[in-house]
Write a protein that binds this ligand. Structure first.
Ligand SMILES: [Zn+2]
Length: 475
């Protein structure tokens, strides 16, 4: 690009920024969309009527925002329907305690002694192996620092299953927020009942074990496992250049059924809708397409994102960059965590041109199946597409109400949502209008290098062992 051209582009970019800033910061669309999705519809949990209503609502919104080729794409997955769950202490005293089934838990009824595994480090599982057999695992959600890596809840559950535990109790680590939910498998049904309890209930059980040596409980779950259909909602803002690259902006719309799913994901979902709206208004200033993909069923294993990536190989080849806006309008500063290609320097320079001290960092995590990076950019990254997550890359931590009943609309600061939308729109416009884009899709060979590390192999080994067990029990 010539110096003259670069200057012209900079004038265009600044004019665009001013137009969309005025649009975003004076509009009530973000608030209205958030309240419709969370207050009127509710959790939008996979397989519920509210999920289907949300899909229809989102399709209508993208149409109203003048996007092109707006449509929904159905996909099938292993679904789960909540039933009742019961946890009764039978010894040393008799009392029913509050609990909820965890998504993907099967129905079941069992009695056994509780084995307290603390934070569930791999080491603790090794030590408690024989005790666990025929009994019930009690594990805290917090990460065991001794493991030297992240031990996901699914790994703790899988280790309990393999040790022959009859059921799994997952304990929260936050005062006053109740149980913390999350799926027991990614698009896979569990083999033993899994329930969640609050920190208060979990620590009550731990104290009872300390004083009485043995605590026996009965657990009963009544949940339904069934194939289900969900939908990705897709729409494009057309750039002026035909048949060229595109930028993808993606965010899931399903929440967990125990809450409104307001920060996760709706704060990012309505930010994404706002980006669609302002780019739609100013489509004449856009060189290449920006595609919006609103994913279904992220919470049960990034299922919509995997479906999109698998069904659109040609579009994936044309995808310059994928923005994931999952929970992007939540608390904290707004920056960009990039994945796949190390595009830090590019975005830092872009920040300078935007007169912003744009926070950018690079997450060099390897490709890690099955305990992937826990959100919808992962399937894109696994295909070698450069991606970014809008959030504070330096100090982001999940809030205490994350995945609890308290993830409600009052927690969402609308200015944060607008900040995320403004940042994403500015970045997406600049990528779409860049005539000199460098971060091409990675080749199979490059991807292979990112694949296996010892820790991933260990998690994979456990997952494979559970699959073997599944086949044996089904025979
Ligand atoms: Zn999410």
């Amino acid at each position: 690009m010539s110096h003259k051209q670069a200057e012209l582009n900079d004038v265009d970019a600044k004019a665009f920024d001013k137009l969309i800033a005025g649009e975003i910061f004076t509009s009530t669309e973000v608030q209205t969309n958030l309240e419709i999705l969370c207050d009127d519809l509710g959790s939008r949990f996979a397989g519920t009527p509210a999920e289907a209503e949300a899909a229809q609502f989102l399709e209508a919104v993208l149409q109203r925002y003048q996007l092109n080729a707006v449509h929904s794409e159905p996909f099938e997955y292993n679904g789960w329907k909540r039933g009742t769950a019961k946890l009764t202490v039978t010894s040393p005293w008799h009392r029913e305690l509050p609990c909820l089934s965890m998504p993907m838990s099967p129905s079941g009824k069992c009695t056994g002694k509780i084995i307290d595994l603390g934070l569930g480090s791999p080491e603790t599982f090794d030590i408690s192996q024989t005790e666990l057999k025929g009994n019930i695992a009690l594990v805290n959600i917090a990460n065991p620092a001794s493991a030297g890596r992240w031990v996901h809840r699914t790994e703790k559950y899988n280790r309990s299953t393999l040790a022959g535990a009859q059921a799994f109790i997952f304990v929260g680590n936050q005062d006053g927020y109740g149980p913390i939910t999350g799926a027991l498998g990614f698009n896979r049904w569990g083999l033993i009942p899994g329930i969640m309890v609050s920190k208060e209930t979990g620590t009550l059980l731990q104290r009872a074990i300390r004083r009485n040596a043995s605590v026996e409980v009965q657990i009963e779950t009544n949940d339904t496992l069934a194939k289900q259909t969900s939908w990705n909602i897709i729409g494009d803002v057309k750039g002026k250049a035909a048949n060229e690259d595109m930028v993808v902006i993606g965010v899931h719309y399903d929440g967990h059924d125990i809450s409104q799913g307001a920060e996760d994901p709706a704060s990012g979902l309505v930010a994404g809708l706002e980006v669609a709206r302002v780019l739609g208004i100013h489509a004449d200033r856009l060189k290449r397409d920006v595609r919006f993909v609103l994913f279904g069923v992220e919470e049960l294993g990034l299922i919509g994102a995997h479906a999109y990536v698998n069904n659109h190989p040609e579009d994936i080849e044309k995808t310059r960059f994928m923005f994931n806006l999952d929970s992007a309008g939540g608390g904290g500063g707004k920056g960009l965590m990039v994945y796949g290609r190390d595009s830090r320097a590019y975005f830092r320079e872009m920040g300078r041109q935007m007169n912003e001290n744009l926070m950018v960092d690079f997450d060099a995590s390897p490709l890690r199946e099955p305990d992937h990076l826990s959100s919808d950019h992962y399937p894109f990254m696994a295909k070698g597409v450069a991606c970014g997550f809008i959030r504070d890359p330096y100090s982001y931590t999940w809030p205490g109400f994350y995945h609890t009943a308290h993830d409600t609309v009052d927690k969402v600061d609308l200015l944060k949502v607008k900040e995320a939308a403004f940042l994403c729109a500015r970045l997406a416009w600049r990528i779409a209008n860049d005539d000199d884009w460098h971060f091409k899709q990675m080749s199979e060979k490059e991807l292979a290098k990112q694949k296996t590390t010892p820790e991933v192999s260990e998690v994979q080994r456990i997952e494979n062992a559970v699959e073997m067990l599944r086949r044996q029990t089904q025979q």
